[in-house]
Design a protein around this ligand. Structure first.
Ligand code: B16
Ligand code: MG
Length: 230
């Protein structure tokens, strides 16, 4: 087992693309409430918790409703979202994800999940990746949502690693901020301009160089921990 590095993966946007299903379910709710919800609006929900997503959605529609109604909508949105999730299979794993897990296995680097989704275990089971992670931190395990570092700090505990030895793969601004706030190395997956606070950027997981962990990341982490000689 490689004791120098531990890896934490976000789920939606890194391992699978469930944003498209969130979009369809939120759009149905917006239609019901009588306002337009676009794919551009949906971008602002990425990496954000379910409760916060509803607040953002209601803000877009300029709609105020009771707490009871909010709970009702959260439940119905999730029920609809789950209908899409139950149809998912391993063919929906994003390009490069399985191969990256293989590389980590070969290098003996441990990895866990750090996702805002309360449905994360189910999604991983649907795509047959659940058994590969040595731990899962999801929306049920945290009290504070990203950009708070809590989800990744719990991930580091599960890895039995110091935060500065952890590498986080994230597709959302809030997630990159959470990783940086946790004093971890952040790898932004997606648009480089959007994720410009990440330490490393790639368009997708197929772009990760072969020596990324054995050389690039190890060097960065070791350098970070070396006492300065001047
Ligand atoms: P759920 P991640 C996040 O997943 C999604 O990006 C975000 O759009 C969603 O609102 C959140 O999970 C909560 O999901 O409704 O399933 O609990 O990117 O943190 O893996
Ligand atoms: Mg994500």
């Amino acid at each position: 087992m490689n004791k120098t590095i531990g890896v934490i993966f976000d789920l939606d946007g890194v391992i699978v693309d469930t944003a498209k299903y969130h979009f369809l379910a939120w759009k149905d709710l917006a239609d019901e409430l009588g306002f337009e919800f676009t794919e551009t609006h949906n971008e602002s929900l990425k990496g954000v918790s379910r409760v916060q997503s509803l607040e953002i959605l209601l803000g877009i529609g300029n709609i105020e409703i009771s707490e009871e109604k909010k709970q009702e909508y959260l439940l119905s949105k999730n029920e609809q979202y789950l209908e899409y999730i139950y149809k998912m299979g391993p063919d929906e794993i994003l390009p490069g994800a399985s191969e990256l897990l293989d590389t980590l296995d070969e290098l003996g680097i441990n990895y866990v999940l750090g996702s805002a989704s309360k449905n994360a275990p189910l999604i991983l089971k649907q795509v047959n990746l659940f058994h590969r992670f040595s731990g899962i931190v999801d929306g049920n395990s945290v009290s504070k949502a990203k950009p708070d570092p809590e989800v990744f700090l719990i991930g580091a505990q599960k890895l039995n690693m110091q935060p500065k030895h952890c590498v986080v793969f994230e597709d959302a601004i809030a997630g990159v901020e959470a990783a940086n706030a946790a004093n971890m190395t952040s790898v932004g997956i997606g648009d480089k301009q959007t994720l410009n606070k990440a330490h490393f950027n790639f368009n997708d997981l197929t772009e990760i160089p072969e020596d990324f962990f054995s050389s690039v990341i190890s060097e960065k982490i070791l350098k970070k921990n070396e006492p300065k000689l001047y």
